[in-house]
Design a protein around this ligand. Structure first.
Ligand code: CP
Ligand code: NVA
Length: 307
């Protein structure tokens, strides 16, 4: 079964091929209206369930669009409206859905939910974000980086702020695609050791630099994410904002990075908090390319899962 659960669970050459395929898939339909079908229809007659236990704009629409362009159909489901949200087990949900659909994409809270779903499903499962990781996002980010700057291998990415789920997937990607990653944020929000160890074990140079100005100097890519994720306790907002304020990505920080540096944010962004308008809308920002590339990267992933 070809599940796409995390970037450290799929072989590096497969991930490389997926990025190259995503680029080919994107080039092949350049200039077409968004609703037009792809010339090839690898998901013809396939049914895909998209389950959301948390809000989503990009993941929901990009998966839905990608499946349709490849000839498949989708069912977009909200966890709270399913029996899953009312006590039915994940295992039974997996067994039942496997009788109706050819693939399940899920956005959920605990990673265990994703893993249990994959264990009991007889169809491929894709991780559309958990509290711990967000692999589809980083596939889009690698595609975006390479479109702008060429191969990401050997480059240096600086993650600013909270060492969260998106950061963990960036660390997995550092190991799999061969780039270096510097984390710059407060110690209490350091990325999980397992993701850092994975990247280091694959030869990536993983560093922690508490001074954001020093961290970004000469970076190829500066990345920010929200200071309070969907799984975080909202009552911690003020304390976290105080902790994270020194890590805001603003014009001064991008100037310290240098003009070679790109800026990325998976979105949704909180303008004026983790990043300023000037950076979001500035010449180094590739945030909307990232958002678009979710479609192309996920189409390559969907094809691979169902091949
Ligand atoms: N970046 C991302 O996953 O966005 P959504 O939460 O809108 O899906
Ligand atoms: N870290 C954020 C990413 C949203 C796409 C969250 O989990 O809320």
């Amino acid at each position: 079964m070809k599940h796409f659960l995390d970037l450290n669970k799929v072989d590096a050459p497969v991930l490389r091929d997926l990025i190259d395929d995503a680029r080919a898939v994107k080039d092949a339909r350049a200039g077409q209206p968004k609703g037009a079908p792809d010339a090839e229809q690898p998901l013809k007659d396939r049914m895909v369930a998209l389950i959301f236990e948390k809000p989503s704009t990009r993941t929901r629409t990009s998966f839905d669009l990608g499946v349709r362009q490849m000839g498949g159909q989708t069912m977009v489901l909200t966890g709270a409206e399913m029996q899953l949200g009312h006590g039915e087990s994940i295992a039974d949900t997996a067994r039942v859905l496997s009788r109706y659909v050819d693939l399940i994409m899920i956005r959920t809270f605990a990673e265990e939910t994703l893993l249990e779903l994959a264990e009991h499903a007889s169809v491929p499962v894709i991780n559309g974000l958990t509290d711990r990781t967000h692999p589809c996002q980083i596939m889009a980010d690698v595609l975006t980086f390479e479109e702008h700057k060429g191969p990401i291998a050997g480059k240096r990415v600086v993650w600013t702020g909270d060492g969260n789920n998106v950061c963990a997937s960036f660390l997995h990607a550092a190991g799999q695609f061969g780039f270096d990653l510097t984390f710059s944020g407060p110690e209490v929000l350091d990325p999980e050791a397992e993701a850092m160890d994975f990247a280091s074990s694959k030869g990536a140079d993983v560093r922690i630099e508490r001074d954001p100005v020093k961290a970004v100097e000469g970076a190829d890519l500066v990345v920010a994410d929200t200071w309070l994720s969907m799984h975080d306790d909202a009552s911690a907002r003020d304390r976290r904002h105080n902790l994270l304020k020194p890590y805001q990505v603003n014009e001064a920080l991008m100037a310290a990075a240098g003009e070679q540096a790109l800026f990325m944010h998976c979105l949704p962004a909180h303008r004026g908090e983790e990043v300023t308008d000037a950076v979001m809308d500035g010449p180094q920002s590739v945030i909307f390319d990232e958002a678009e590339n979710r479609v192309h990267a996920q189409k390559a992933i969907l094809k691979w899962c169902l091949s």
